[in-house]
Design a protein around this ligand. Sequence first.
Ligand code: SF4
Ligand code: ZN
Ligand code: ZN
Length: 300
Amino acid sequence: MKCRKCGGAAVLELRRHNAAFCEPDFLEFFRNQVREAIRKYRMLAPGERVLVAVSGGKDSLALWDVLIDEGYQTTGLYLDLGIFDYSVESKARCEAFAARRAAPLIVSRVADAIGAPVPVIKNVTRRPPCSGCGLSKRYLMNRAALEHGFPVVATGHNLDDEAATLFGSVMHWQTDALPRQSPALASTHPKLVRRVKPLYRLSERETAAFAFLRRIDYIVEECPFAKGATSIQHKQILDRMEDASPGAKHNFLFGFLEKAQPAFARAEPVALNECARCGQVTTGTLCAFCKLADQVKRAT
Ligand code: SF4
Ligand SMILES: [Zn+2]
Ligand SMILES: [Zn+2]
């Protein structure tokens, strides 16, 4: 196998690109994909302050690594979900990375904000753990960005994540979710920061290879609640399609973004208010996070 760029020995074959790369050319290919994502969706201004949401996994730490080297003023945000050893280990990985790259890291505990960690929230609500967890993460990311004066939050969602989310939304025809399926979400309210996903052009295998080659120490184990989550089942279905037909995930996601998404755009923007209690953005009077906190308080 020869590198497409330099003809040297390749370390990685990318079937969907019909190409193989040596280590330096793969790293450059990876960074170019991030630059292209940022350029195409005008995700970040040069040198902008960016809050990077990190979980300790390969994707978010690879993203942080690239953004630091691209000259953005980054700060990491680790949300401690309180999920047993998984949270202890993943937090340690984020702290070690931040120390190695001499980058600031904010740590925020879900239990401090809502009154209980994710496993207790799951028991209180009797809903799948990812439901309360996802809601809390979205809320706390935005709140941390506002409190610390960041105009934008970057997350490590990759091509596989985005294709699986799209697949789930299409399977259930969640037409309210489809307009928001985008690598970049603009701010539609002064209290809502922009959200961007600069890894959306890169597969999970590619981010794993990048993290490995950059010697990033990341947590390999999945969250214990990930097992059985529908998003994982959707990923497995898409993996089988990708195996049979390299490029299937890319075509599915990019085809949607380029050809289908405009058809789902809302004619009228959703009216947003400020939560009567916490001041964060909501479509009602009290935001979903404050309602969840009330529910936790009543039960604990
Ligand atoms: S798998 Fe579910 S519970 Fe675990 S971190 Fe992800 S969203 Fe939270
Ligand atoms: Zn090469
Ligand atoms: Zn609120």
